[in-house]
Design a protein around this ligand. Structure first.
Ligand code: ADP
Ligand code: MG
Length: 667
């Protein structure tokens, strides 16, 4: 009701941060670094930047605000431009990877933390910024953690620069200590008590349990909206469907009317207009049930929620040494995260949090706080970046929580295999070029091999298609039709070439028919448009590096060879129908049913793949057959390697005895 009846400026004045506005600005005036702590929803993200603007900090520079999550950067920038009554991209803008919505007049810039990190490459002192707000520092995202070390230097070099670190939790002291005892400013809380209710027994299927709980709450006519925390898009869509079916069933089997419930998903890949619905108040008498990932934990605040249902799980990117790569996996949340989730029920009035796990699990099994990303993910991209920033010894870099030494060494090793580092660990010419691309190092390498082999045009498309979510649309009730549609794009049993084909044929359609063409072919038109945007930005980078656009015409074998060069970590040898085994670490990996190779009767001895997805088993996502000699041609690098994994690999490739080695492993 509040959001409807009050103007935006009245809403601003009602936020907890407003009551301490002047004090806060004074502390900022008197200190170069300030850590601001405040409950989720107190106004840190949307108000701080505006206060700084009103106070004149944007007269000789930009106020930048970093976000660990893309969704938040976009959503908050939109909100703030509304509050300031300006067009988005004008005074207030945002920048996320491959999407820059800022202009010459932009003075408040929300951006994903990785963007600011890349800006330090061109402008080490960040001279165009007068203030940086490092928002959501408690999330401890990889890039935020690296920025901590870099911004600490900027603070010591630029007296005119202000740094504000915000956190929704009480880890503020750690941040303050890192900056040699920065000032801590607490925004007084204004929250209502939340009662936590636990499951008596561990639940087997938390999606089902969440659906049941949501039904129960809705039937009990408890007040307010419901917020459900699940781990990802698939679960959210499944829960949404189950919940609406359950509602219909109830009505048809009991003939009792029940009041309406608006079920709204919330995850990062969601289209902007669907996201906006989450913030709008539903019509009178209609309850909202928002089913979200942990983006609703602290990054986005939703008012009006009285009940939270917490699955107790979240998806996290974790470096899996067995796979030799990062994988998104489902893990129990930490106690700190569970408390954040529960707190979402107490923003508007006293609330209830239904925890779908036992109290004993909460007390004894959950970690007190999440493990920072820097300690659990692949560091290749960060290491490449730091190397280009002339950080000589990475083991000495000023990390708040240093990553395990093994992780750093492993990343150095991977970059060396890719040819980005030389034998003494300095960036090679190739490495310097790779830094220019906002891409994972293997994809940058693919592009640059395309230069050598004369197929940048094709590789550019493949890399762009790999940088957007899957363009294939596969509705459950029309699975066969959509599979048949995809098959028309298959070529040389390569999933990478399939992507290339899709893009080429889409582009060949006249603009006005593309939408229809996408529908008929079960493709996401918006994602193809996005791929085109990515492509044009990467093309700009190629131009600045003076790398010409080249094409190998119909000779797609050359394209496969370039693809091969990127994925040395992800090369796998044939084991049996549908089954491969990673050459480096012996991990079994399977052809995905959606792959062009699956059921094709073609059984190449070696394939490379983009990534592994873990569902019921390890599936190769996007695979391409390669020739053993292409792998062997990457040889010179391996011949100088000393560690046992790599010499074993070299042996395997030379002898082609992958199969036997694997059989041994299976025993
Ligand atoms: P904090 O960063 O301290 O968690 P925010 O500044 O994000 O707080 O949010 C302050 C208030 O602004 C919240 O009440 C939230 O509901 C509201 N708000 C933020 N973004 C939006 C949006 N896109 N639409 C509507 N309201 C929003
Ligand atoms: Mg915030």
């Amino acid at each position: 009701d509040f959001a409807k009846s009050k103007t935006l400026s009245q809403q601003r004045q009602f936020l907890p941060i407003f009551s301490v506005r002047d004090e806060l600005l004074q502390v900022i005036r008197e200190n170069q670094v300030v850590v601001v702590v405040g409950e989720t929803g107190s106004g840190k993200t949307t108000q701080l930047t505006q206060y700084l603007h009103e106070e004149g900090y944007t007269r000789n520079g930009i106020v930048g605000c970093t976000q660990p999550r893309r969704v938040a950067a976009v959503s908050v920038a939109k909100r703030v431009s509304e509050e300031m009554e300006t067009e988005l991209g004008d005074t207030v803008g945002y920048a996320i990877r491959f999407e820059d919505v800022t202009g010459p007049k932009t003075v408040i810039k929300y951006m994903i933390d990785g963007i600011l990190l890349r800006e330090t490459l061109k402008d080490p002192d960040l001279d165009k910024y007068s203030v940086i707000v490092m928002d959501e520092a408690h999330e401890r995202s990889l890039n935020t953690d690296v920025l901590f070390g870099i911004l600490k230097k900027v603070v010591s070099r630029r007296r005119d620069f202000k740094l504000i670190v915000t956190s929704a939790t009480l880890d503020a002291k750690k941040f303050a200590d890192f900056f040699g005892g920065a000032e801590i400013f607490k925004i007084p809380g204004r929250t209502f008590p939340v009662q936590n209710l636990y499951h008596e027994d561990p639940c087997e299927d938390y999606v089902e349990a969440a659906v049941k709980q949501a039904m129960k709450i809705h039937m009990s006519s408890a007040p307010g909206d419901i917020l459900v925390f699940l781990t990802g898009q698939d679960e959210i869509e499944a829960a949404r469907q189950a919940l609406s079916e359950r509602m219909e069933e109830f009505v048809s089997s009991t003939n009792q009317p029940i009041s309406k419930m608006l079920i709204l998903p919330l995850y990062s890949q969601l289209a902007a207009d669907s996201q906006a619905k989450v913030f709008q108040k539903a019509e009178d008498g209609i309850r909202k049930c928002i089913i979200a990932t942990n983006v609703a934990e602290t990054s986005l605040t939703i008012d009006g929620v009285f009940s939270v249902i917490d699955s107790g799980f979240c998806k996290m990117k974790v470096y899996n040494p067995r796979m030799g790569m990062d994988a998104l996996q489902v893990f129990p949340v930490s106690r700190a995260a569970a408390d954040q989730r529960s707190g979402r029920a107490g923003r508007t009035g006293p609330g209830t949090c239904y925890r779908l796990y036992t109290q004993s699990a909460y007390r004894n099994e959950l970690l007190p706080s999440p493990v920072p990303e820097i300690q659990r993910t692949n560091l290749c991209q960060v290491v490449l970046l730091l190397k280009s920033l002339q950080v000589e010894n990475l083991l000495d870099f000023d990390f708040m929580d240093p990553p395990p030494e093994d992780n750093i060494l492993n990343s150095l090793y991977q970059l060396w295999v890719l040819g980005a580092l030389d034998n003494v660990g300095n960036l090679t010419e190739l490495g310097w070029k790779m830094v220019e691309f906002p891409l994972d190092p293997p994809l940058a390498k693919m592009l640059l091999t395309g230069e050598i082999l004369g197929c940048t045009n094709e590789i550019l498309t493949i890399v762009s298609m790999l940088s957007v979510p899957s363009v294939f649309f596969r509705p459950k009730d029309r699975a066969e039709e959509s599979d048949a549609a995809r098959e028309q794009f298959f070529e040389q049993e390569s999933d990478h070439l399939t992507l290339l084909n899709v893009y080429k044929r889409w582009e060949a359609e006249a603009k006005q028919y593309r939408g229809e063409w996408c529908n008929v072919n079960f493709l996401h038109g918006k994602r193809l448009l996005k791929a085109r945007e990515v492509r044009s930005q990467l093309l700009d980078i190629l131009k600045t590096l003076k790398i010409p656009l080249s094409s190998c015409g119909r000779d797609r074998k050359i394209v496969r060879k370039a693809i091969c060069s990127a994925y040395f970590q992800n090369a796998a040898g044939f084991k049996g129908v549908g089954e491969y085994i990673n050459c480096r670490n012996g991990m079994p990996c399977h052809l995905h049913p959606s792959s062009a190779l699956y059921g094709s009767g073609c059984t190449p001895e070696f394939v490379v793949y983009h990534e592994v997805i873990l569902t019921t088993k390890e599936y190769m996502q996007c695979a391409t057959p390669v020739e053993p000699r292409w792998l062997a041609e990457l040889g010179p690098m391996f011949f100088s390697m000393r560690d046992s994994t790599s010499s074993m690999l070299e042996h395997k490739i030379k002898q082609k005895v992958v199969k036997t080695a694997m059989d041994e492993e299976m025993e």
